[in-house]
Structure formats: structure tokens, C-alpha cells
Write a protein that binds this ligand. Structure first.
Ligand SMILES: NC(=O)c1ccc[n+]([C@@H]2O[C@H](COP(=O)([O-])OP(=O)(O)OC[C@H]3O[C@@H](n4cnc5c(N)ncnc54)[C@H](O)[C@@H]3O)[C@@H](O)[C@H]2O)c1
Length: 353
């Protein structure tokens, strides 16, 4: 199979995962990289002496067009860089998570790519690891009955930066079911920022799909994870069993009809990194001309849940989907838990139905 030429825009942590994957993979010929900072370009040239480097992505696209581009810049520039890349005779594209800095931007990126008809991958690591993939397979085969609830606990991280991976996994478990609503509260007493964003000290995101499957996600600086020595925990509850697993760790615990006393399973991990696996799946889609948008769609849904959660917390309201069409209601000054004064209208909650 002919190797596909590839370039990367953004040479930070995310970009380096793609650069390394492209260099290692037999499917690709890594030819160029662009970063705004000349010092990063110098570092990349040292690491990958065969590549050309540029301090401007448009210059790179003009002078060194490639079959595949990886968009690995900060989320607010994903749209601009992607739209510029789509002017090339591109065969496929990787856009880092989150697809955009807003749902609106992410949706525009995905819809434009779909119109052009080329494949896209969004490198969510959990979806190319043995443990989470095996869990998705077991849940979708009904091995814990009908899926009802997923609880996620994650300390030292936040919803926007790490939670998007966790929620993307939840969305994939449900086969990308659409959501009904999300509610959340984020308190920010430590005034923490991470990766360029103001983030929560403690947060709870609660969302439900249209069929009623719930996800409850605890994130923040100091979340009590109720399993010793774990900093991330998923508890997946079905009508006939449950599965617990621990984020990036390579094992899980299942309790169901087959293993009523519970069983810990540790699958053998794939030999390549997550970014390499995603990029090789992209190459396969390009060569087979079979385009599958489910991964990018699941990423966009996860972004929608997170944007909705932040809107909910800031405005004290339930946010319905699609989140980019949601209009924040006016504050009604009705505070549950305080005595009812007997005036000011409202609905008599003793009258059911
Ligand atoms: N999938 C993953 O596991 C994973 C891991 C890390 C980061 N990421 C994602 O990668 C993206 C980048 O994050 P990061 O952690 O690498 O940030 P970073 O700060 O480490 O690096 C970003 C780099 O992009 C460069 N840059 C920014 N705008 C640019 C532009 N218009 N043209 C060229 N270069 C530009 C900056 O100079 C910087 O070197 C984010 O979307 C992040 O969420 C994903």
C-alpha cells in the first residue's frame, strides 16, 4: 500500500503524540510540521530531521501539501486550521479533541468534513485501548443486562480537559444515543486553571439520554474516589450486573450471571499507542474508501454534554439538546429549599398531574 504523506499543525503535547505515531507507522510518510513558535520548530527538526518545518500553517499547506493533516493546536484555532487544511486535496484529517472550543465550532468542522466526504479521526485514547473496547463490547452484547447508569469519579482533573474522554466513552457505550438534558454544578473555591481554562474545584455533571440512561460524573481538584489507590473510576450499572474500571488502567472487574462472585480481567494491550492506532484506522478508511463518522460524532456529543454542563452551572438551569440551540431562561428567583411566602404565584405541587 502506498504510504500517505502527513503533516502536523501544533507541536505541543498533542501534536507530538501524532508526530511520533506518524513516524512509527508504516502507513505514513511524515514530511512536515508547523508551529507558531520557532523554538518548537527547531526542537521538532532535531527530533525528526527528515521533515520541513514552518511557523505558519498556511505556508506549510502551500509549500508542502500532504494527504493527511493533523490539527493539534489549541481548540479555538481548530476551526480556522481545519478549514484551511480542507482547501488542500486532502484524503483524511485528524482533529484533536475537543473538536472545537464550542459545540457550534465543532459542529461546523464536522459538517464541512462530511460534505467533502473525507474521513476524520478524533484521538480519544479510550476507544483504541483493549480494556475499554472489551467493556463496550460486553455491554453492547447485553452481558450486564440493559445499561442504566454510568458513574464516573475522577480526581485532580476537570470536565473540559479530561471529562471529554470519559463522556466520549459513555456516549460510545450507548452507541451514540442522543441526549435529553444535562444539569451540573461546578464550584470554584480554589480558582484552579488548567490547560488555558478556568476549571472546577469540585463538579458534578448529570446527564440523561433520550431513553433514560444516566451518567453522573464527579470531577475536580479533590474528588473522593471510593476505591483505594484509584484516581479514576467508572462504575457501569446494568439490569443484570456491573463493570468497574479505572480509566487508562489495563484491567476491569465484572460482576454478572457468568461471574456472580465477580472476576478481574486484564486483557493484553495493543502493541501501538492510541494516536498510532487512530491514525492507522484513518489510513484504512482512506484506502478502503469506507468512511465512518461515528467516532467524530461521539466526540461532538461529549463536547455538547460538557458545554451544556457549564451553561447549567453558571445559569442554574437544566440544559436541553441540541446545546448550541439552547436559550438560557430568565432567572426566576425561585429558590428550592427556602420557605414559600404564600405570594408570588407558582404551581401548587400538592396537585399531582
Ligand atoms: N488526544 C489526546 O490524548 C491529547 C493529549 C494532549 C493534548 N491534546 C489536544 O491537543 C491540542 C493541543 O494541546 P496541547 O496540550 O498539545 O497544547 P500545547 O500548549 O502543548 O501545544 C500547542 C502548540 O500549538 C502551537 N500552536 C497554537 N496555535 C497554532 C497555530 N495556529 N499554528 C501553528 N501552531 C500553533 C503552539 O505554539 C503550541 O506549541 C488540544 O486540543 C488538546 O486537547 C489531546
Amino acid at each position: 500500500m502506498r504510504k500517505l504523506t502527513a503533516s502536523v499543525v501544533g507541536g505541543g503535547t498533542g501534536g507530538q503524540l501524532s508526530l511520533e505515531a506518524l513516524e512509527r507507522s508504516n502507513c505514513y510518510d511524515l514530511v512536515a510540521a508547523a508551529d507558531l513558535q520557532p523554538s518548537i520548530c527547531d526542537q521538532l527538526k532535531e527530533l525528526y530531521p527528515g521533515i520541513q518545518t514552518f511557523s505558519n500553517h498556511k505556508e506549510m499547506f502551500a509549500q508542502c501539501p500532504t494527504d493527511v493533516v493533523c490539527v493539534s493546536t489549541y481548540p479555538p484555532s481548530h476551526e480556522k486550521v481545519t478549514m484551511d487544511a480542507l482547501q488542500l486535496p486532502l484524503k483524511g484529517i485528524l482533529v484533536e479533541k475537543p473538536l472545537g472550543h464550542t459545540v457550534k465550532s465543532g459542529r461546523k468542522i464536522l459538517e464541512t468534513i462530511k460534505q467533502i466526504g473525507i474521513p476524520i479521526v478524533v484521538p480519544h485514547g479510550l476507544l483504541v485501548k483493549k480494556t475499554p473496547l472489551e467493556i463496550i463490547d460486553r455491554v453492547q452484547k447485553g452481558e450486564i443486562g440493559q445499561l442504566k447508569l454510568v458513574e464516573i469519579q475522577n480526581t485532580k482533573w476537570d470536565a473540559i480537559n479530561a471529562g471529554i474522554h470519559w463522556l466520549n466513552f459513555f456516549v460510545s457505550l450507548t452507541r451514540n444515543e442522543s441526549f435529553d438534558c444535562v444539569m451540573a454544578i461546578f464550584e470554584s473555591s480554589t480558582r484552579t486553571y488548567r490547560d488555558g481554562m478556568q476549571v472546577e474545584t469540585t463538579g458534578v455533571t448529570y446527564a440523561q439520554t433520550n431513553s433514560g440512561i444516566r451518567v453522573v460524573m464527579n470531577t475536580g481538584d479533590d474528588v473522593l474516589v471510593n476505591r483505594e489507590q484509584k484516581d479514576t473510576l467508572f462504575r457501569i450499572i446494568g439490569t443484570r450486573g456491573q463493570i468497574e474500571f479505572w480509566g487508562w488502567e489495563n484491567s476491569y472487574h465484572i460482576l454478572n450471571d457468568e461471574w456472580p462472585a465477580g472476576k478481574e480481567i486484564s486483557p493484553d494491550e495493543f502493541p501501538v499507542t492510541g494516536h498510532q492506532k487512530h491514525l492507522e484506522q484513518l489510513a484504512q478508511m482512506i484506502h478502503s474508501e469506507q468512511v465512518d463518522y461515528r467516532l467524530a460524532e461521539s466526540s461532538l456529543i461529549a463536547l455538547e454534554v460538557i458545554e451544556g454542563a457549564y451553561i447549567s452551572s453558571i445559569n442554574r438551569c437544566k440544559v436541553t439538546f441540541p446545546v448550541d440551540e439552547f436559550i438560557v431562561p430568565e432567572e426566576n428567583k425561585w429558590y428550592p429549599g427556602t420557605p414559600y411566602s404564600g405570594v408570588g404565584g407558582g404551581r401548587d405541587g400538592r396537585k399531582l398531574g
